[in-house]
Ligand binder design. Structure first.
Ligand code: ZN
Length: 447
């Protein structure tokens, strides 16, 4: 990758930055991207030779350039708290919720802010520049809400943080949850959350979906619920969520997160359910790393995978994104803000191994969650924000295969993070000095 700052010119057409010789996620190659005042001003072939002037040139040598990663489902109030006050011994969802309940009274706003900011640093370094985070509103102090509102403001210049008011202990099961949720929204939280499968009964779950959708509809807010996060084939809250979305005219503003029960549902019922979800314009957010580790825990063998029906929903025309959900918290002790790791796991769990399906997995951590979050100015078109990452990979499939290094992370036309490409020095007689793991043939667009 060659950069050149020595060609500053003056003139009407002068650009701030010209990225040359990029490959794009749709397979186009040899593309130049001109950036002016934080936005994409031109994109196409041979811009460099067209007389267009730029203060800085970066030749990326055919590397993949893409809009940034977007995480549609995360818990920033819990992240990086692994081991506090103890570790999750069973590794189950329910022990995780119990453990989070033990940790909540011990939280301080300072520590919450510090951990969230540290996570945002990791995110930026990984080219992850937009995150939808749920924030637990069941603690009457709303400490986490205050902390993450502060963080949202602090990181705004470099990361879009969207907050969901999340009644972790149940909207109807936890005494002040609905009042707290309304307080959180009044304080500036963006999206209405829910957890119908954790209410005391299926009927209470359905009632919580109705109450939350009506509340959101009255205020013109988006909805994103943890929905059917269980292996129970009879958990039906996604049907209720689609029903109220349709009834209230909220198409395109509602997402169901997890939807793991769908993995275990009867196939005939799913053949009716998917068109209902599509008709209601409800998006789906799977969380592959967490679903594959938390679901199927009551099974002996064979063990269910638990992740929702991702390729089937995509084929039905439903918007599907992959979320990270957890990083080093009571539910999951691994992770590093790497959405390529998330896509890699999603691809394997869903057996999405055709070339197109692998590109769909890349879209599930970029363009699809950007649509679900309603991000403005996201994309690779003239007028979009110049928010871009340069990956140490030739295409989207290689990016997933290598969890490729983010050589440059660009926000509004400015480089905000750089990483060295991964190379190893070999000490083997008769063999090359260096290996890069990059593909030797660029024939990844077959099929
Ligand atoms: Zn979650």
């Amino acid at each position: 990758m060659a950069t050149d700052r020595g060609r500053a010119h003056k003139g009407k057409q002068a650009m701030d930055l010209l990225i040359c010789n990029a490959s794009l996620p749709d397979g186009q190659q040899g593309i130049d991207i001109a950036i002016k005042e934080g936005k994409i001003a031109a994109i196409g072939t041979a811009l460099q030779g067209s007389g267009l002037l730029a203060a800085q040139h970066i030749d990326v040598g055919g590397d993949l350039v893409t809009p940034p990663f977007v995480d549609a489902h995360f818990h920033m109030d819990a992240t990086l708290s692994h081991g506090m006050p103890r570790v999750n011994a069973s590794g189950t969802l329910l022990e995780g919720i119990t453990l989070w309940g033990e940790l909540k009274p011990l939280l301080t706003q300072e520590a919450l802010v510090e951990r969230a900011l540290q996570y945002c640093d990791w995110a930026v370094a990984r080219g992850l520049l937009a995150i939808r985070s749920h924030v637990d509103i069941c603690d009457d102090r709303l400490l986490a809400v205050e902390a993450l509102l502060h963080v949202r403001q602090q990181v705004a210049p470099y990361l879009d943080l969207q907050l969901v008011a999340f009644p972790q202990d149940g909207l109807l099961r936890s005494p002040n949850a609905f009042a707290n949720l309304q307080r959180a929204i009044a304080m500036g939280v963006d999206v209405v959350g829910g957890i119908p499968h954790f209410e005391r009964t299926m009927a209470d779950g359905a009632e919580s979906v109705r109450l939350l959708c009506e509340f959101a509809a009255q205020r013109g807010l988006q909805v994103d619920m943890h929905c059917d996060e269980s292996d129970d084939p009879l958990s039906r809250h996604i049907e209720t969520l689609a029903y109220h979305t349709q009834r209230l005219g909220m198409q395109g503003r509602v997402a169901g997160s997890h939807l793991t029960s769908m993995h275990s549902m009867d196939n005939y019922y799913v053949s009716k359910l998917l068109p209902l979800i599509r008709e209601a314009g409800v998006a789906a957010i799977a969380n592959p790393l967490i679903n594959i580790t938390l679901q199927g825990r009551h099974d002996s063998y064979p063990k269910r995978r638990g992740m929702t029906r991702v390729p089937e929903m995509m084929a039905a025309g439903i918007d599907v994104a992959f979320g990270h959900d957890c990083v080093m918290d009571p539910w999951y002790s691994l992770g590093s803000a790497d959405m390529l790791e998330v896509a890699h796991m999603g691809l394997h769990v869903a057996q999405m191994t055709s070339q197109q399906a692998m590109r769909d997995c890349f879209a599930a951590v970029t363009t699809s969650p950007a649509r679900i979050l309603g991000l403005q100015g996201y994309g690779l078109a003239v007028g979009c924000y110049a928010d871009l990452i340069v990956l140490d990979a030739a295409d989207a499939v290689e990016a997933i295969r290598l969890r490729a290094a983010r050589r440059l992370v660009i926000r509004r036309g400015k480089i905000i993070s750089e990483s060295a490409p991964v190379r190893s020095r070999l000490r083997l007689p008769g063999r090359p000095d260096e290996v890069s793991f990059r593909s030797v043939c660029a024939a990844d667009n077959i099929g």
